[in-house]
Unconditional design. Structure first.
Length: 147
């Protein structure tokens, strides 16, 4: 009985520490990504992209299409950086492709909720991210050069 209480107390304390940890802002993530090792950059850039997709959705829903378009441009920019970092390091290619695929799906969902005149930039972003995915898949499964 005493052992169970101790285990529960340790579990509860570790849960509090995990939830008490401050959530990094996008600006902090950007700074961290720029100064991190090449192997860590794909994950950080895709996290920035994921957060910007969420921000774009919220901004479009709030009736702020200009800010929404800026967030969508950020998604494209940081997805490109994630692809470049994953390609250069040769690691995290699969994780980056999966993250980009999820962002594409979310952007398509956002596009369906927008008026016609606001759909163009989102569709352009979807098309670009699909190209990023294709490049990542080619890197993973394409022909390897003989050395």
């Amino acid at each position: 009985m005493r052992l169970r209480i101790i285990i529960l107390a340790v579990f509860f304390a570790s849960s509090l520490i995990a939830f008490a940890r401050k959530q990094e802002t996008v600006a902090e993530l950007i700074a961290r990504a720029e100064s991190s090792k090449l192997d860590d950059r794909p994950h950080l850039y895709t996290e920035i992209g994921r957060r910007q997709v969420k921000a774009a959705d919220e901004l479009y829903a709030a009736g702020k299409p200009e800010e929404g378009r800026a967030a969508v441009r950020d998604v494209v920019q940081y997805s490109d950086k994630a692809r470049d970092a994953a390609t250069q390091s040769g690691k995290k290619l699969k994780d980056t492709e999966i993250a980009v695929r999820k962002m594409v799906a979310r952007l398509r969902d956002i596009k369906r909720t927008l008026p016609f005149e606001d759909q163009g930039p989102v569709q352009d972003a979807v098309d670009h991210l699909e190209q990023v995915r294709t490049e990542l898949l080619s890197q993973m499964f394409g022909k390897k050069e003989n050395k």
